[in-house]
Ligand binder design. Structure first.
Ligand code: PBG
Length: 330
């Protein structure tokens, strides 16, 4: 039962700032943010990424500086991605299992310098393969499932041994969560989390990321035989159900804003922690709109991030994390 106009005026509670704050149904804080960072070789290296204006690759010293910055801003977790040197990329992506690869060195450096920040490591072969696919390919160019999963298990254990807190498989192979979970348990990593990229779509929004990890020029074909069809929502729920049954602690939907309907359905159906990845193309769209004078960056960043909370997210991976945390802390 609700009153009718004029007894009911929904604008009453919106009429002043204190009241809007009091009636806000959702809030955004720095604790909702995961900051993706790109790691590169060298010392004192910062390489700006042209298609991701404002985002750079950093050598280990810079990565550690970013980790301290994140801690000081109240950001709880970092997500790491390597720009593997060309001579370390191969058809089988063996560098992914090298205990001294960029990811492992970055993870150890962060955990040494800033032990109280979470480190999430991406599991997939694309930054390590000569063909840019997330898995192993056969002669016909098909990405093999079961052989890839074996490599992903080795990659996951490698990252856990280096100190990763959250293993985040982004490859979309069938069955990998269960096998990764069993391997982690088998080695005693009982508190290493798995955040599964459960519903990851074959999307046009990943272009700048592929520049950041230098896979755009390498990638043969597309990823539609393993990443999801943007037409599908029920299939996303099946993917999430499987990953949860196999031992995922949390699930991710990716990209973000174009898939808010999926986030809401996953949250309503499963009542588990859901994360969104506001991906590189989404970031680039905001920055392009700002550069064109068509948008106010601060307002657009905060509005889009709050939208993820409203849709049911526990948190968001975003390249705007440090900027947003600064705005929220002010
Ligand atoms: C690949 C991976 C991708 C992203 C994260 N992990 C790209 C892809 O699937 O081709 C995209 C992130 C972004 O666009 O910001 N395993």
């Amino acid at each position: 039962m609700t009153a009718a106009y004029p007894a009911l005026r929904l604008r009453r509670t919106r009429a002043s700032g204190w009241s809007r704050r009091l009636h806000a149904e959702n809030t955004l804080t720095p604790a909702d943010l995961i900051w993706p960072l790109f790691v590169t070789e060298g010392q004192g290296v910062e390489e700006p990424i042209a298609t991701l204006p404002g985002v750079s690759r950093w050598s280990l010293d810079g990565i550690v500086a970013r980790a301290k910055e994140a801690r000081d801003l109240g950001i709880p977790c970092l997500a790491l991605f390597p720009n593997t040197p060309p001579d370390r990329r191969s058809d089988d992506g063996a560098e992914a299992a090298n205990p001294d690869n960029l990811m492992c060195r970055a993870t150890r450096a962060i955990k040494d310098a800033v032990p109280d920040i979470g480190v999430l490591t991406d599991v997939a072969l694309d930054p390590y393969t000569a063909h840019g696919h997330d898995g192993l390919v056969d002669e016909a160019g098909y990405v093999l499932n079961d052989a890839t999963v074996e490599a992903l298990v080795a990659q996951s254990l490698n990252q856990a041994r280096a100190g990763a807190d959250v293993i985040a498989p982004s490859d979309m192979m069938d069955g990998r969560i269960g096998l990764i979970r069993a391997a982690l348990e088998g080695e005693g990593f009982v508190n290493v989390q798995i955040m599964s990229y459960a519903a990851k779509y074959a999307s046009a929004f990943y272009g700048p990321f592929r520049d950041a990890v230098n896979t755009r020029g390498l990638l043969k074909g597309d990823k539609k035989t393993y990443q999801m069809d943007p037409a599908n929502a029920q299939e996303a729920l099946r993917e999430v159900a499987l990953d949860l049954a196999e031992g995922a602690d949390s699930v991710m939907v990716k990209p973000g804003l174009p898939y808010l309907d999926i986030i809401r359905q996953v949250k309503d159906r499963f009542a588990v922690p859901v994360f969104a990845y506001q991906v590189s193309g989404e970031y680039a769209m905001i920055e392009a709109a700002v550069a064109a004078g068509a948008a106010d960056r601060d307002a657009m960043v905060l509005e889009t991030l709050l939208a993820f909370k409203r849709a049911g997210c526990s948190g968001v991976l975003t390249y705007h994390a440090a900027h947003a945390a600064r705005l929220l802390g002010a």
